[in-house]
Design a protein around this ligand. Structure first.
Ligand code: 13P
Length: 258
């Protein structure tokens, strides 16, 4: 983290978990635990049907609610899809884009790019995900792969909008597996992502954007991961479903930094 230059963000990704009723229960419990002092930014990205319950519960708090996907089109004949202006109207602040689980369902870099542009246009903060498979890591192409995903995802994002984008590095081999990247491994890629952004934009912009790590981050390993200079927060799956665990990760993000 580097709080002088950029925001620290702890974001939960609930994936396909919790009903609206369970969302209400979580929020009630979580609200009761929230410390009064200064906080890092906190986001909870929840299933679309849970957004109203989450927004209602968190209205008077500093927790921003997000969606887990969006459609890049403004409106029209896209059965089952949700447009960015609908998310804004529902009270969302964030939207996760290009999660590897969605890429595995066929989402391409071009789709990711179109969604990032649509999210920015609507005033949402896109949390754009990237990450390599174990096979790619073992064959030594992680840096090239990540650079390619970042460049493709950010195409057409202007100088004045880049600082609104949050990038999440999620090595696919670490998601839901209990195999966390070591702080060094995660830092190496997050630093690389910042270098890619620096080359595409400028030093100032690269220094200002928040880069999150995701993949089996939990209350035990969060402190060490977040102590890395280029890891500005976390995108948390499993551990964000339990209020106590999620809170402990937030507390780890409030650690003193150099
Ligand atoms: P886990 O924290 O469950 O490994 O999930 C990470 C993730 O995919 C967050 O988007």
């Amino acid at each position: 983290m580097n709080r002088k230059y950029r925001k620290t963000i702890i974001a939960g990704n609930w994936k396909m978990n919790k009903t609206p009723s369970e969302t209400k229960e979580f929020m009630t419990a979580f609200k009761g635990m929230m410390p009064k002092g200064r906080w890092c930014d906190v986001a909870l990205c929840v299933p679309a049907v849970c957004i109203p319950a989450a927004v209602r519960a968190m209205r008077e708090t500093r927790v921003g609610i997000g969606a887990e996907n969006c459609n890049a089109n403004a409106s029209g004949a896209y059965t089952g899809e949700i447009a960015t202006n609908m998310l804004v109207d529902a009270g969302c602040k964030y939207v996760i884009i290009g999660h590897s689980e969605r890429r595995a369902m066929g989402e391409t870099d071009a789709d990711v790019n179109a969604k990032v542009l649509a999210a920015l246009e609507a005033g949402l903060i896109p949390i754009m995900c990237c990450g390599e498979t174990l096979e790619q890591r073992e064959s030594g192409i992680t840096s090239e792969w990540i650079a390619m995903q970042i460049k493709a995802g950010l195409q057409g994002v202007s100088e004045d909008k880049i600082r609104k984008v949050v990038i999440a590095y999620e090595p696919i081999w670490a998601i839901g597996t209990g195999k966390t990247a070591t702080p060094d491994q995660a830092e190496e890629v997050c630093e690389h992502i910042r270098t890619v952004v620096r080359k595409l934009y400028s030093s100032k912009n690269a220094r200002a954007i928040s880069i999150l790590y995701g993949g089996s981050m939990n209350e035990k390993n969060a402190f060490e991961l977040l102590a890395q200079p280029d890891i500005d927060g976390g995108l948390i799956g499993g551990a964000s479903l339990v209020p106590e665990k999620f809170l402990q990760i937030i507390n780890a993000a409030n650690q003193p930094t150099a």
